[in-house]
Design a protein around this ligand. Structure first.
Ligand code: DGL
Length: 264
C-alpha cells in the first residue's frame, strides 16, 4: 500500500480527459494535477523547451510527494518521456505505450493519428508503433487549432464543427480502422469527430488506455491507496487567468472543483 497521491500534468485542460479516466478506474487514489497554463500551448514549442517544462512539472509533483507520474500530454510524452525516465528515479508513464499495447492486442494496423504540431514532428507515435506492430499503415495530421479551442471551451459549437471538418476531410475513412486522439485535449471533440468520420472508425481516447495500464501497474506492485472511501483531487495551475475552471467543472461533472495558483 502507498497512500501518496498520483501526480498528473499537462499544459492545460487536456490532461483532465486522462484524469477523468484515472478517477473512474482508480477511484480510491488521490491525485495532484498541474495544468501548466502559463506555458500553454506545448504543441508549438521546441523539444528542448518541452523537456525543460516537463522536468520542472515533475519536480513540482515530486515535491508534493507524488508516488508516480502520469504525463497526461501527447506533446510531452512524444518528446520528453524517455529523458524524464532517465532523469528521475520513479515510475513515469505517458500516453503512447499503453495505447500502442491496446492496438497490438486488438491487431489494429491501419491507424490514423491526430495531434499537435510538436507531436507529429517528433514522429513519436510512428516510431513506437513501428517498433511494436509489424506492417502498420499509419497516417497523421497535425491539428494545431484544436487545443486552444478546447481551452476556450469551444468544443461543440459551429466553429469547432467547421474546424474538425477542415482537419479531417482528407482522411479517407476506408483507409484506417482507428483514429488515435494523440493530444489529450482532443477527446473534448470526440462527438464531432465521430460525426465527421462515421461509425466504422474506432476513436481512441488515450486516457482510457493509460487508466487500464496504471491500474495494472499499481496492483501488480501493491502500491494502491489503502483508502476505500473518497479520493482527494488537488488542481494547481501555473497561471489562473484562463477558462480552465469552467471546462474542468463540465468535464469532471463536478461544480465544487477549486483551483490553486501554483508559484513555479
Ligand atoms: N494536451 C497536450 C497534448 O496532449 C498539449 C496541447 C498543447 O499544449 O498544445 O499534446
Amino acid at each position: 500500500m502507498d497512500n501518496r497521491p498520483i501526480g498528473v500534468f499537462d499544459s492545460g485542460v487536456g490532461g483532465l480527459t486522462v484524469l477523468k479516466e484515472l478517477k473512474k478506474t482508480l477511484p480510491h487514489e488521490d491525485y495532484i494535477y498541474i495544468g501548466d497554463t502559463a506555458s500553454f500551448p506545448y504543441g508549438s514549442k521546441s523539444k528542448d523547451t518541452i523537456i525543460e517544462l516537463s522536468r520542472k512539472r515533475i519536480e513540482n509533483l515530486i515535491d508534493m510527494d507524488a508516488k508516480m507520474i502520469v504525463i497526461a500530454c501527447g506533446t510531452a510524452t512524444s518528446q520528453a518521456l524517455e529523458e524524464m525516465q532517465k532523469m528521475f528515479n520513479m515510475p513515469i508513464i505517458g500516453i503512447i505505450d499503453p495505447t500502442v499495447k491496446y492496438l497490438k492486442e486488438h491487431d489494429i494496423k491501419n491507424i490514423g493519428i491526430i495531434a499537435t504540431v510538436g507531436t507529429i514532428r517528433s514522429k513519436g507515435w510512428e516510431k513506437y508503433i513501428n517498433k511494436n506492430i509489424d506492417n502498420a499503415n499509419i497516417i497523421n495530421k497535425a491539428c494545431p487549432l484544436l487545443a486552444p479551442m478546447a481551452e476556450e471551451g469551444w468544443t461543440e459549437n459551429e466553429i469547432a464543427k467547421l474546424t474538425i471538418h477542415e482537419y479531417l476531410k482528407e482522411i479517407d475513412n476506408k483507409s484506417i480502422d482507428a483514429l488515435i486522439l494523440g493530444c489529450t485535449h482532443y477527446p473534448l471533440f470526440k462527438g464531432l469527430i465521430e460525426k465527421e468520420l462515421g461509425e466504422n472508425i474506432e476513436i481512441i481516447n488515450t486516457g482510457e488506455m493509460v487508466a487500464k495500464e496504471l491500474k495494472k501497474y499499481i496492483t501488480e506492485r501493491k502500491i494502491e491507496n489503502s483508502k476505500t472511501n473518497e479520493s482527494n483531487l488537488n488542481i494547481y495551475l501555473t497561471d489562473i487567468e484562463c477558462n480552465f475552471l469552467n471546462v474542468a467543472k463540465k468535464l469532471l461533472e463536478n461544480e465544487d472543483i477549486e483551483i490553486k495558483k501554483f508559484n513555479n
